[in-house]
Design a protein around this ligand. Structure first.
Ligand code: GLN
Ligand code: ZN
Length: 751
């Protein structure tokens, strides 16, 4: 297999946190004032050094710089081009100023945060106003360049492309976006010139927007931007990822950059088209090791693409690369001790992916043989297959996806069953996860307290929470979710087909990391997951108790999903496991069951034309979860966002009896969309923001409810907070819920 001439390899970005999340801890101790700015900067410098040397040692030829960040690479891009939000002042950005933009303080609300394409990474949203300075600040860019050079590495600096950056931001009303683009380009040009002056010859410029639907204006923006950037004698690697170029292929090629990087993992079908479309001097960076998932690369499947590329372009014009930056996968697999060795042999984290790149590029025979054996071992693993679940999936019929009666009939029955007042009050599930709760969980995990001691503690916390809810006067109670570490791992621990890492952290935003479980096989329910806690809670009160579950799409989205069967099949397997749980909860006397789907929307594909099939199977997964119930059981769902307009028909198709969502900050705006759509079922629009300790008074909440009543019928309306209360403290939680109940009562009296 050995290649006569090895190909070049590149890395597009490496996880920043460090192998033991050193950056996280350095940031948090700096924010608490325990360490100095110099300490933080020293840790950051050490991490960059470690990561550069690690990439070099792995045999990577093209190593990136300027992709490290103390908080977020989009914010860094704004600092670089002189476009940080005006409301924070225009001074050169100090570290304090930098974190003020990134994190809420008492003086200022931070920049808004949103998801980076379809990943779980959150970036800070640029604020496009007309007074931005666009004075580049290349200090950090150049100092990192020198740091790398001092280590004997000539790095390829990474920039977020100007058009992607522009489109990721929010223009203020009245801002002339064309003028903004021109100023943005001018600033980028100066940045490139500064790099050129330092002797840099190559730059990676990320334009992932090229894999999304673009308007004619946006396409034109690409043309004007790259025409001007081409005036600087630097070779640009136009880097696209998370999908195929599709109808933007000729646009991308015509930007005349020295090279194009494509994602051949998400969109392998584009390889032949791209090879034909490239102009004679363009280099292809072939993204063939998955930067979004943790499975080993199937060398035999990927190698033909590499060979095709070499055949049509020659060895000089092909670079072997990961599909995207590796920040979306954990740092290093080697230290994992608890994973079964067999499952571990199927996994590759960032460090191991570098080795894969090198092996692919050199055609290392031994590595190809070992890879084929590992792939075969994974395919043959009986432990990943569950015939009963697969059979059950093939036997599903239409009625498994529908409640027994339509909503209007169910609603009648539920009204009798539950006997709730108009405008019933409830919460979204979690109550404060106090330091005491977290301390006990950690003590239990590390074996410092026994199962029995932990259990006693949780029972007491649950009972206290229920008594508190009774005192407040809520109508539908919850158990408080004290036993849960998070929304997915808690469930995954009861499910077959899941594995867990000890240190598989991935940055979510700033210093926050998540540790997604790994779905390696067919999913089935080994044991009931929540029945014990929900039954216990139910036994403590005469009020209706709500059972709480995480929905199938959220479990899927927040895990590393296997790549050997369709996502839909995994989602439906999870749905079947949850369906059994829902039935068991019903049998245990839970009259109300909530299935949370906060991640339903984030699963949407990047291209509009791919939405319909996704929404279809995602909605079906929810219905499969909830439809095994009697009419008398009231199904709730919860979503933590308010961008619904474009997916409302699918939300309605969930056919949940009650949906709660986040509306307090947008003042119920989204209810108009629900009305316009003729949404028939019940709705609990959140009437207070749970992100802040602020307690709105009764009048404020009553006004919000009144706004909701302008749009909804009294029978449709529920009263609840925006989301779960786990991040709040008890005093403000009690005060806010008391005001919420008082507001509902006042309004009820007027109906
Ligand atoms: N039931 C969960 C809670 O209350 C829902 C959280 C969420 O939607 N993200 O915490
Ligand atoms: Zn929520």
């Amino acid at each position: 297999m050995s290649r006569i001439t090895p190909l070049k390899t590149s890395s597009l970005g490496f996880p920043r946190m460090g192998k033991d999340r050193e950056l996280k801890f350095a940031l948090e101790s700096f924010w608490k004032g325990k360490t100095s700015e110099a300490d933080l900067l020293a840790t950051a410098k050490q991490l960059r050094r470690d990561h550069w040397l690690l990439q070099k040692a792995a045999g990577i030829d093209i190593i990136p710089s300027n992709e490290f960040s103390l908080y977020d690479h989009v914010l860094d891009a704004l600092v670089l081009i002189g476009a940080t939000p005006e409301r924070f002042g225009n001074d050169p950005v100090s570290l304090t100023g930098y974190f003020a933009m990134a994190r809420n303080s008492t003086e200022q609300t931070a920049m808004e945060m949103t998801k980076w394409f379809d990943t779980n990474y959150h970036y800070l949203v640029p604020e496009w106003t007309s007074g931005l300075s666009f004075m580049p600040d290349t200090t950090r860019l150049l100092s990192e360049l020198r740091e790398a050079r001092a280590l004997g590495i000539e790095p390829r600096p990474v920039l977020i492309g100007p058009v992607t950056l522009l489109l990721l931001g929010k223009p203020a009303p009245g801002v002339d976006i064309t003028l903004l683009l021109l100023r943005l380009i001018a600033s980028y040009k100066q940045v490139l010139e500064a790099l050129h002056a330092e002797g840099v010859t190559d730059v990676q410029i990320d334009e992932p927007k090229l894999v999304t639907d673009l308007t004619p204006w946006e396409k034109q923006a690409f043309r004007s931007a790259y025409k001007q950037l081409a005036e600087v004698p630097i070779k640009l690697m136009l880097t696209t990822y998370f999908g195929g170029l599709g109808d933007n292929l000729s646009l991308a090629v015509d930007l005349h950059t020295a090279g194009i990087h494509i994602d051949a993992v998400r969109a392998p079908e584009q390889v032949p088209e791209v090879l034909t479309a490239l102009s004679p001097n363009q280099t292809l960076s072939l993204g063939c090791v998955n930067g979004r998932n943790i499975w080993l690369t199937h060398f035999a499947a990927v190698n033909p693409f590499i060979e095709q590329a070499v055949e049509s372009l020659g060895t000089d014009r092909v670079i072997v690369s990961p599909s995207c930056s590796l920040i979306h996968v954990p740092h290093d697999l080697a230290p994992e001790k608890q994973l079964s060795p067999r499952i571990k042999s199927w996994l590759r984290f960032a460090t191991e992916k570098l080795t894969e790149l090198h092996d692919l590029a050199t055609g290392n025979d031994a590595a190809f043989t070992a890879n084929a054996a590992a792939v075969a071992n994974r395919e043959a693993a009986e432990t990943s297959k569950n015939a009963a679940v697969r059979n059950r999936l093939t036997r599903l019929s239409e009625q498994d996806f529908s409640r027994k009666s339509p909503y209007p009939q169910r609603a009648e029955i539920q009204r009798e069953e539950l006997n709730l007042p108009l405008l019933p009050t409830t919460t979204i599930g979690s109550f404060p996860q106090t330091a005491d709760v977290r301390k006990h969980r950690a003590a239990h995990k590390h074996g410092h307290i026994t199962d029995a001691q932990y259990d006693t503690f949780l029972r007491q916390a649950t009972e206290d929470c229920i008594r508190e809810q009774e005192r407040i006067g809520l109508d539908v109670l919850v158990h408080g979710e004290f036993e849960r570490n998070d929304m997915v791992e808690y469930f995954a621990e009861f499910l077959d087909g899941f594995a867990f890492t000890e240190n598989g952290w991935v940055q979510s935003y700033g210093s926050r990391c998540v540790k997604p479980p790994v779905i390696y096989g067919d999913v089935s329910r080994a044991l009931p997951m929540t029945v014990r806690w929900s039954s216990f809670a139910r036994s403590l009160t005469n009020k209706p108790m709500k059972g709480m579950l995480t929905g199938p799409i959220t479990v899927l989205q927040w895990s590393f999903v296997r790549d050997d069967i369709a996502r839909k099949d995994t989602a439906w397997q999870i749905a079947l496991a949850l369906r059994d749980e829902v039935r068991d909860l019903e049998a245990a006397g839970l009259q109300v069951i909530q299935v949370d789907e906060p991640a339903l929307r984030e699963g949407l594909p990047l291209r509009r034309s791919d939405w319909a099939p996704y929404l279809e199977w995602a909605v079906q997964a929810f219905r499969l979860t909830t439809s095994g119930t009697e009419d008398r059981t009231q199904i709730h769902t919860h979503m933590c966002y308010c961008e619904f307009e474009d997916v409302l028909p699918s939300i309605a198709a969930l056919d949940a009896d009650v949906i709660s969502m986040e509306t307090a900050r947008s003042r119920m705006e989204l209810l108009h969309a629900f009305r316009a759509h003729g949404y028939p079922n019940e709705i609990g629009p959140g009437i207070f923001d749970i992100h802040s300790p602020r307690v709105p008074d009764v009048a404020e909440m009553r006004d919000l409810l009144q706004l909701a009543l302008d749009v909804l019928t009294p029978r449709q309306l529920w009263v609840n907070p925006d989301c779960g209360l786990k991040t709040r403290a008890w005093p403000e939680t009690i005060a806010a819920l008391q005001n919420m109940c008082a507001a509902a009562k006042e309004l009820r009296a007027t109906l």
